[in-house]
Design a protein around this ligand. Structure first.
Ligand code: GLC
Length: 740
């Protein structure tokens, strides 16, 4: 018995039972055999040739030759069991037969796509978010993919930035929790499982704070702000064992992230003791030349490797420059060994040295092509991501027997648009994605009539289709308008200076409103949009983001009340672009506005109300929730006590439903100023109509900690407001005193 136990213990210590060598030993042995060029080869990643996710400079023949020579460590944008097998065969022709890693942007689903990530965040459902990544990983791994460039954990407070659609919004606590759920979903039972992929925390770091919301623009902030708001999701990802990091295009306080020793060496590989590897973003090493931080490719390579970038995605600088830099003694060979070692470690963990083709499996791929269970989950996840912004006169939910419905707008019959921006295109997409029109038609009673008019295009000044749309609306009992921004108008390099409905969509809406028909507006977007006229004049508004493969069904489920919407906004919605940035966890200033319209010598705009159009955490339901009996275990605490908080939530309406109960705190006085609110907990609960639930939270001093001006992370004695509510502007407050 003892011997068996010993072997089991041995194997659980990460020792391989094969050859009794640890991965570290195998890596060391392999490194000892490798030439300098072969080591640098592992630090090189090229994109496949079918499509590029960056400014491609590929010369496919040369790349194939490089692979055969063992001078390529990874390919991205190569997927499919057949395609990956073909590339892997080339790598097996190299001297040491080191397998390739295949990476892909599996951002919100793979074959089955899910809501864009900001929409997913609106579900506040960590379990569904994790499950969606579990499904995405299973499907992607079945297509031969080893590594996804996700989760994107960039906190973002500026909706002009198109990549807010890929993240979890403005709040660090919510963004951290969601990032961890995604990593757990992607990596599942652990690297090496055939249904797990390596995750990648990106974009390291503070990419979401680009000045003006302009993609790739500079980031400049105090290290205190950087550590308090933007780095926590990355630190949590590193601690959770995320397999890789990807750095960001932007400079941070004057130094491009790609060469930024503070974040990549001092923090990530130093203080956080991170053992995975960092891949550059597409071309970002070479882009240090236009940044003005490197005179040429040689200097860019030197600064990038010194700065902690292990793999060069598509800038082609490392292969060209690093061997020379090491031979000239300008770069320590140990840095190359360290980077290569980190990359090889992941390849061993993925089991690729045991079998380079283990993920390239036709049978598994077939099983994961349009898996019905995955689509069913996608439909549910889509419904849970919808945010009900307005429902005046309870016009929603609609009855399925409503006589005549008119669906009007440029997105009504769209299919691929529902995929959102970061989805992998498949040839059969048009057939397999449920349009909004089809989703509604699927559920309307057979004696009802669904009419359609496009009304206008997404983004031009053509009003020639208005009259047809108005005539269609006049014949209907209820009109559903589907408007917003094009699905490819948010995403990478999609910053917008005007974030209203594009083209003449709002003019169309106003024309339809003149008919006097009841209107339900669905807003399709990957970011917060500005639509004040609609908000003030249309009785029912749902934010439907882009919901993925089952979009039409998800939307219909909410429209007809099969699902009672429970989504909550993960970002504040500004009234105008001039109000940006507007976010809930701001500082109070010395002259805070007393209310939404106070402009008398206070921090406000003289021409605009102070609050956002829709606040962080906001979302309605078809039912009503009442909060009562907020109870604290104490109002005077000392030291490491735990504060127990409870509240009773009652469903006083006509429908069963889900509510996201939010817990905020405010540290009233600090050695640095503190936000007026900080999210420190949330619970998504289901309550049947007429029933109540007691919801409990716990707070400890850990949740009170913050970074001071010397970057000490600690808490202070003092008064705190404890707030619980249905959104950031609708809370009950109790004050406590906590002495250290
Ligand atoms: C892109 C994106 C990054 C993506 C990478 C590979 O430029 O910035 O998020 O993972 O290139 O497609």
């Amino acid at each position: 018995m003892k011997r068996v136990y010993f072997l089991l213990a041995f194997s659980t210590l990460g020792m391989s039972t094969y050859g009794q060598k640890t991965i570290d030993q195998k890596v060391a042995e392999l490194l000892a055999k490798m030439t300098l060029e072969e080591k640098v080869g592992q630090m090189v990643q090229y994109s496949g040739f079918e499509y590029a996710t960056g400014p491609q400079q590929s010369n496919s023949a040369a790349v194939l030759e490089e692979i055969k020579k063992g001078k390529v460590g990874s390919m991205l944008n190569v997927a499919g069991s057949e395609e990956t097998r073909a590339f892997q065969k080339l790598a097996m022709q190299s001297r040491l037969k080191i397998p390739l890693l295949f990476g892909q942007d599996v951002i919100h689903g793979y074959r089955t796509t899910f809501p864009v990530n900001l929409g997913q965040a609106a579900s506040w459902d960590l379990g569904m978010i994790e499950k969606s990544e579990r499904i995405a990983a299973t499907e992607a791994a079945a297509y031969g993919i080893h590594w996804t460039f996700a989760p994107m954990v960039d906190i973002a407070r500026d909706p002009r930035w198109g990549r807010v659609m890929e993240g979890s919004g403005e709040d660090t606590y919510l963004g951290t929790k969601i990032g961890l759920a995604r990593i757990k979903g992607f990596q599942g039972r652990g690297l090496g499982s055939l249904d797990a992929v390596m995750a990648c925390a990106k974009h390291f770091a503070a990419y979401g704070a680009a000045v003006g919301g302009r993609d790739y623009n500079s980031v400049d902030m105090s290290l205190r702000q950087l550590n308090e708001t933007y780095l926590p999701p990355f630190k949590a990802a590193a601690e959770a064992g995320v397999a890789t990091f990807m750095n960001s295009f932007n400079d941070i306080n004057g130094i491009p992230a790609t060469a930024n020793q503070y974040i990549q060496r001092d923090l990530l590989k130093g203080k956080w003791n991170y053992k995975g590897f960092v891949v550059s973003d597409w071309g970002s090493i070479g882009e240090m030349i236009p940044h003005g931080y490197a005179r040429d490719a040689n200097e860019a390579a030197e600064k990038a490797i010194q700065g902690g970038s292990d793999m060069d995605m598509e800038s082609r600088v490392y292969m060209a420059q690093l061997p020379k830099l090491v031979k000239e003694g300008k770069v320590d060979a140990k840095l190359v060994d360290d980077a290569t070692g980190r990359i090889l470690t992941r390849k061993f963990e993925m089991g690729l040295f045991d079998d380079p083709y283990r993920f390239s499996n036709e049978k598994r791929q077939k099983e994961q092509t349009d898996n019905r269970e995955n689509r069913k989950f996608g439909r549910e996840f889509g419904s849970k991501s919808i945010v009900l912004l307005k429902n005046q006169g309870n016009i929603l939910p609609l009855s399925k027997t409503v006589k005549t419905v008119a669906l009007i707008g440029p997105f009504a019959k769209e299919t691929v648009a529902n995929h959102g921006f970061w989805s992998i295109a498949f040839k059969d997409d048009n057939q397999r994605i449920v349009s909004q029109f089809d989703g509604i038609k699927n559920q309307l009673d057979k004696n009802s009539t669904l009419m359609y008019a496009k009304g206008c295009n997404v983004d031009d000044q053509d009003k020639s289709q208005f009259s047809e749309a108005v005539e269609t609306a006049k014949k209907a009992d209820v009109v559903i308008m589907t408007l917003g921004e094009g699905h490819a108008m948010s995403g990478e390099a999609k910053s917008r200076s005007n974030i209203g409905f594009t083209g003449v969509q709002e003019d169309l809406l106003k024309e339809i409103a003149k008919t006097g028909k009841p209107i339900i507006l669905m807003v399709n977007a990957g970011r917060p949009l500005i639509f004040n006229w609609a908000s003030d004049n249309i009785p029912a508004i749902m934010y439907t983001w882009w919901l993925g493969t089952e979009a039409g069904n998800s939307i219909a489920d909410v429209l007809f009340g099969t699902v009672n919407p429970g989504g909550k906004l993960p970002m504040s919605f500004p009234r105008t672009e001039g109000q940006i940035p507007v976010y809930y966890n701001h500082f109070n200033t010395g002259r805070p506005a007393k209310n939404n319209t106070d402009r008398n010598y206070v921090s406000a705009y003289i021409d605009l109300d102070n609050d956002p159009k829709y606040p962080f955490g906001y979302g309605l339901s078809y039912t009503d929730f009442k909060y009562s009996d907020m109870i604290l275990s104490s109002v005077n605490l000392t030291g490491n006590q735990t504060l127990n908080i409870s509240v009773t939530v009652s469903n006083t309406g006509k429908y069963d439903g889900e509510e996201v109960v939010q817990l905020y705190i405010r540290d009233l006085f600090g050695k640095v100023v503190r936000p007026v609110k900080e999210l420190k907990g949330f619970q998504k609960i289901f309550i049947k109509k007429g029933e109540s639930k007691k919801v409990d939270f716990k707070l400890t001093p850990e949740e009170l900690k913050f970074f001071d001006e010397d970057l000490n992370f600690d808490w202070e004695s003092g008064e705190f407001d404890i707030m619980i509510g249905t959104h950031s502007q609708n809370v009950q407050t109790k004050r406590i005193n906590w002495v250290k």
